[in-house]
Design a protein around this ligand. Structure first.
Ligand SMILES: [Cu+2]
Length: 128
């Protein structure tokens, strides 16, 4: 009886390991510039443990944007999300630099974007 229980538990552990490891992409710590970045407006941002710098950027409406986002925080992941401007989550691991393309919306005005893991870390994008 005890042996059967041990086997069942081992089997479940093996399944859990396969499930967790299966879909994971390896983290590239210094991402290369993605294809199609020619002519993009480059927006460089840095996460620390307490803020994102700079706290405001100007972006041309409808621009092709290349985000270069560095996370200098040694402990936490940070992400950049902008629901109001159609910016889907970009996760940046501790010590990582990501390079991602984004198509800015064709509207003007100032909008807040930021980290949803640390809601106090916010910045503004000004489309003008
Ligand atoms: Cu964060």
């Amino acid at each position: 009886m005890r042996t059967v229980l041990v086997l069942v538990v081992l089997g479940m552990l093996a399944l859990a390991l396969v499930a967790c490891g299966g879909g994971q992409q390896p983290v590239v710590m210094d991402e290369p510039v993605p294809a199609g970045a020619e002519g993009a407006q480059i927006v460089e941002l840095t996460f620390t443990s307490t803020e994102i710098m700079p706290d405001k950027v100007n972006i041309k409406p409808g621009a092709k944007v290349l985000f270069v986002i560095k996370n200098t925080d040694k402990q936490d992941d940070h992400n950049l999300v902008g629901q109001d401007v159609g910016l889907k989550e970009i996760i940046v691991k501790p010590g990582q630099t990501v390079r991602r393309l984004w198509s800015a919306p064709s509207k003007t005005g100032e909008f807040a974007i930021g980290c949803t893991i640390h809601p106090e870390i916010r910045m503004k994008v000004n489309f003008q």
